[in-house]
Design a protein. Sequence first.
Length: 282
Amino acid sequence: MQIKTVGVLGCGLMGSGIAQVAAMAGYKTIVREVNDQFLDRGLGRIRKFLDDGVTKGKVAADARDKALANLSGTTTFGELKGCDLILEAIVENLDEKRQTYATLESVLKEQTILVSNTSSLCITELAAGTRRPDRFAGLHFFNPVPIMKLVEVIRALTTSDATYQAVFSFAQSLGKEPITAPDRPGFIVNRLLVPYLLDAVRAYENGLGTLEDIDKGMTLGCGYPMGPFTLLDFVGLDTTYYIANIMFEEFREPAYAPPPLLKRMVLAGRLGRKSGQGFYKY
């Protein structure tokens, strides 16, 4: 399964980052968005990231130029028909993903591999909604994609050995460090991270300390790069709440149940950095 041309569905924060690293790795990369406004915003984000990298001396000017030359955008599915691998990074909604796959498969080659960047949905369930369950897998990147080295590779029950090996090797070719994660809610990282974040919210609700002191305790006392509340604001309180609900639905363990404060903050629109206010104001 030789991969030369890569398609990316979605040019939001994750999709644009995935498209960038694929283009920088030398792949012809085509990113698809639902309209020109979202597409231009995503491609602009990539150009700014690369330009800033050149200015700071972290990216060579010729590497930036080669990456941009490898990159193109579209608002149609037809432009993706020649892709060898498609990375889906659209909204975390099962029905939306299934509808997208159905439209996409009408133009794809039979041998094209389809992978999802989902952080919480069941890969086997996603694969079952396609005509290529043996050529479907999960490839979970972390934000910001160009900087974070880790990628989780998830096999569905139906994923063939050849597909798994091709996806794992592809992740390595992007300069990432892939790990194999089970097809269970949260995979490896969020399975361990989300209960920690939820417990921090419960501890704060119960008067353990101030936001600042709890965050400082974990950064200076444990060496974490971010405290739990700074991290929650960075990831997005709505994202954490969504993943926690899926994990609780699967395992029915109290550790995965979203605390009342988290639910109320999401309902109030205090989602973190992206909304200007979460546990902290921005």
